[in-house]
Design a protein around this ligand. Structure first.
Ligand code: EPU
Length: 440
C-alpha cells in the first residue's frame, strides 16, 4: 500500500468539516441503476475511490456514468449492456472492492450472464461470499469457474426462492434485493440485515418501481416486476465517517462540527459517545462533537448488526477508549479479525490485550474458536508517536487519530487506502488544525 503521512500530534482538532453520502449506500445505489431502463440521478455523492471503482466497473459494461464532483451528482444511463472486453481489467479494479459480486443479479437479469472477478476489500476476516453464491444459485444462476473470477449464466431467467440468511449479512441482503426485484415470483427473505444503508437502497428500488415490504422481524418480501425505471435520489450521509470524526475530536480533546451528520442513523453511536463522556449537540444541519474536559469513562460494549453498535465505529472508538479512565471491554461480533490495528496502538503506548473468548457480552459465533475478537483496553495511557503501517480502511483512519492524539511526530504509511472511504481527508484534517503533511 502506498502513501506516507508525517503527523505531528498533540493538537486538538477544532473546526468544521462536511460529510457527504454514505460509501456503503452510494456504491449499491450505483449498482441498482443497472436494473433501470433509463437514467438514474444520485445526489450527495462523495469523491472517494469506491465511487471511482464502481463507476469504472459500470463503464466496462457499457454504462454511461457522469459525475459532477463538486455538486456530488452522478448520472447513470445503462444503455446497451455487454460483458467487459477485458475481464482482467475488471479484476484489476476489483482488487480494491467487494462491490462486483453485487453486479451479478442485475447483469443476469439484463444479459443472462455476468463475470465476477475475485474479490478484494479490507482484510478484517475471511469475508467469504458463500451466502451470495447460494442465493444466486437458488435463483437459477449456473457458475462456471474462469481464470481471475467466475462466469455466471442464467439462460432461463431468475426465479424467486425463499432465502434464509444464516447471519444478517449486509451484502447478502443487498444481493437478495438486487436479484429478487426482477425475478419471477415473490421472494421471502428472513433474518435479513436492516442497516439504514439497506433501507435507503430499498427506497431507491421502490422509486424504480420495485415492490418491497419490510416486517419488524427482519423479514423482507420482494415481489418481482418486469421493468424498473431510473431513479432520482439523495444519499443518506456517511454515518461511519461522521462517527470517525467524532472519535477524532474526543481522542484529541477537540471540538468538531460535522456538517451533514444526522441523528437517526447514529442513535447507538451517540449513546456510546455520551456514556464515554463525549459531548454532542445536534441541529438540523449536523452534529457538533467535543471533549468537555475531565476524565473519560471506560465501558463495555459489543458490536452488532443494526440497530446495534456498528463494527465500523469500533476501531475509532477503541482509540478514544485508550484515553478513558479504567478498563473497557470491546467484543467484536461481526468480523472475526478486526483488532489487528491494535498492535500499532500498543506500540504507541496503549494497554490493549485481545482475547479469543466472548468478553463482556453474549456469546457470539466466534467464541471457542481461534479468533482474537475481544479486546480489553486499560486507560488512560498517553500515546507516543510511532512509525505505523495502515492495515485497512477503518483501522487506517484510527491510526491517524492515534497519531494526532500522540505526543511527537509519527510516520503513517499506506494511507492511500483511506481515500476509499474518507473524502478529502487530508484537506479536512488540515482545516481542523492538524499538522499533517504527505511525504510520499
Ligand atoms: N459473511 C459470510 N458469508 C457471506 C457474507 C458475509 O460468512 O456470504 C459474514 C462475513 O464474513 C462477516 C459477516 O457475515 O463476518 C458480516 O458481513 P456483511 O456481509 O454484513 O458485510 P459486507 O456486506 O461484506 C458491509 C460493509 C462493511 C461493513 C459491513 C457490516 C460495504 C461495501 N461494506 O460489508 O463496511 O463493515 O457491511 O456493516 O457495504 C467498511 O466500510 O470499512 C466496511 C468494511
Amino acid at each position: 500500500m502506498s502513501g506516507k503521512l508525517r503527523v505531528v500530534g498533540g493538537t486538538p482538532l477544532t473546526g468544521e468539516i462536511t460529510v457527504r453520502g454514505a460509501k456503503n449506500f452510494v456504491s449499491k445505489a450505483m449498482v441498482a441503476s443497472l436494473l433501470a431502463s433509463d437514467t438514474s440521478v444520485l445526489r450527495n455523492v462523495p469523491l472517494i475511490r469506491d465511487v471511482d471503482v464502481v463507476s469504472d466497473l459500470l463503464r466496462l459494461h457499457g454504462v454511461e456514468v457522469n459525475y459532477d464532483q463538486e455538486a456530488g451528482i452522478l448520472g447513470i444511463t445503462p444503455g446497451e449492456l455487454h460483458l467487459p472486453d477485458d475481464p482482467m481489467e475488471m479484476d484489476r479494479l476489483a482488487g480494491s472492492s467487494r462491490i462486483p459480486i453485487l453486479f451479478a443479479g442485475p447483469l443476469l437479469h439484463k444479459m443472462g450472464e455476468a463475470f465476477i472477478p475475485d474479490l478484494g476489500g479490507c482484510h478484517i476476516g475471511d469475508r467469504p461470499v458463500d451466502f451470495h453464491m447460494q442465493i444466486l444459485q437458488d435463483f437459477g444462476a449456473k457458475r462456471l469457474q474462469e481464470p481471475g473470477g467466475m462466469h455466471l449464466v442464467a439462460e432461463n431467467g431468475l426465479k424467486a426462492k425463499p432465502v434464509h440468511l444464516p447471519y444478517p449479512s449486509v451484502g447478502a441482503t443487498e444481493q437478495t434485493l438486487l436479484t429478487a426485484v426482477m425475478a419471477n415470483g415473490i421472494t421471502e427473505l428472513t433474518n435479513a440485515a436492516i442497516e439504514p444503508e439497506i433501507m435507503d437502497l430499498i427506497a431507491v428500488l421502490q422509486k424504480m418501481g420495485a415492490i418491497i415490504s419490510v416486517d419488524t422481524d427482519r423479514t423482507i418480501r420482494i415481489e418481482g416486476v418486469d421493468q424498473l425505471y431510473g431513479y432520482s435520489h439523495t444519499s443518506m450521509p456517511d454515518r461511519i465517517e461522521a462517527g470517525s470524526w467524532a472519535c477524532a475530536a474526543l481522542a484529541t480533546h477537540g471540538d468538531v462540527y460535522v456538517r451533514g451528520a444526522e441523528q437517526d442513523s447514529m442513535m447507538s453511536f451517540l449513546n456510546v459517545f455520551r456514556k464515554v463522556g463525549g459531548a454532542f449537540e445536534i441541529d438540523d444541519n449536523g452534529i457538533r462533537f467535543w471533549h468537555p474536559g475531565g476524565d473519560l469513562s471506560s465501558l463495555s460494549i459489543q458490536t452488532d448488526v443494526h440497530p446495534g453498535f456498528m463494527t465500523d465505529w469500533q476501531q475509532p472508538l477503541v482509540v478514544a477508549l485508550t484515553q478513558a479512565n479504567g478498563i473497557s471491554i470491546v467484543h467484536e461480533t461481526v468480523y472475526e479479525n478486526r483488532f489487528g490495528f491494535t498492535d500499532a496502538l500498543v506500540e504507541m503506548g496503549a494497554h490493549i490485550q485481545t482475547y479469543r473468548e466472548c468478553l463482556g457480552g453474549l456469546p457470539c459465533r466466534f467464541g471457542q474458536r481461534n479468533f482474537y475478537h475481544s479486546a480489553v483496553i486499560q486507560g488512560p495511557t498517553p500515546l507516543v508517536a510511532a512509525d505505523i503501517e495502515v492495515p485497512d480502511l477503518r483501522g487506517g483512519f484510527s491510526h491517524l487519530i492515534a497519531a494526532l492524539a500522540a505526543q511527537g511526530t509519527s510516520m503513517v504509511s499506506g494511507i492511500d487506502i483511506i481515500d476509499r472511504g474518507y473524502e478529502h481527508f487530508m484537506q479536512k484534517l488540515q482545516s481542523l488544525g492538524a499538522h499533517v503533511e504527505k511525504v510520499e
